[in-house]
Design a protein around this ligand. Sequence first.
Ligand code: PLP
Length: 406
Amino acid sequence: MIKINENFNKLQASYLFSDIAKRVTAFQQANPDKAIIKLGIGDVTRALPDACIQAFHAGVDEMANDHSFHGYGPEQGYDFLREAIAQNDFQARGCDIAADEVFVSDGAKCDSGNFQEIFATDITVAIPDPVYPVYVDTNVMAGRSGEASDGRYAGLVYLDGNKANGFIPDLPSTPVDLIYLCFPNNPTGATASQAQLQQWVDYAREHKALILFDAAYEAFIQDDSLPHSIFEVEGAREVAVEFRSFSKNAGFTGTRCAYTVVPKECMAYTATGEQVPVYGLWNRRHTTKFNSVSYPVQKAAAAAYSEAGKQQIKALIDYYMENAKYIREKMQALGYDCIGGENSPYIWIDAKGDSWDFFDTLLNQAGVVCTPGAGFGKCGEGFIRISAFNSLENVQKAMQRISQAL
Ligand code: PLP
């Protein structure tokens, strides 16, 4: 008899997006003439940069001829992309990262979800709250938690984000082994300073822990004093792995390309305390289970680092950040406390009450869809997330409607 992985039974169904969809459909049926504006999604809305599209086309054309065709590529990604990443995203910012420490993949979702697999089941895992739900769910699937009760799984250590700490969690009070951090944060938009990241790196070094740092939104950082990578922090090479993505900067959400950086100094330990390089474990896992990203997509991603690509990506980021600024200023003018929107495309708004009530008010009174904060963890209750991923025209229209409704 085929038996299931019982850990899947522990997973709390995420009713968030189906609940949102149901409420939106009901509103649409009751108001067929009202055009809904969606500011709830974390998906980009603008086309790929032209430099990426040109390289993508050229890559496809190469596949059309026997002499230039590419079959399986290296599982870790082509050198041309790994080198461009190491130089532009790390060495140019003073981070000591080599091309062969970059593992190209088809998504930061898969990488941040899969990485835990190379560690023991009985480690203690610390996860921020609120945060991108993939970290919690994949650890539950792997059997690192007990049952859920009142929105939290037994056995996981939650790192609370709240107004008091500016949604930058404090260090855990009990020892942990694996730590997830996400800055700029989804959903709060909070971004950690160099000194704040240094505390985490120091903690990890002291406790022989490992940090999994999700920097999917680093391109939105505007404040030059803020680190874009955990490898800008001293000692991070020994205790941190970083996830990056082309999804949000270059609009690859539907094209799929991302990467994970694993420094060769990072160590994990056997049951008897012997050191094992995390690099070797991940390389083994990655090459066994993954056959890399298609050649044309890697060509398109590499074009993000051309001069034209950089300029076009900057223009995309500037566009979304204008939207973010507009949303933040309007909400503040209406008397709502906001976090984020300055170094991230998300604005995290204190709903001054129940997040679903606020969601309903925005939907029913303004025809605008946001995301209730409770969907990102217990600490998200009482907040909503508004996303800057839409056209400026829609953002302005949405904010005008919200101003009238509230
Ligand atoms: N990490 C965070 C924090 C995200 O918010 C998202 C997407 O919303 C991802 C990773 C997924 O990135 P990718 O499209 O590369 O899978």
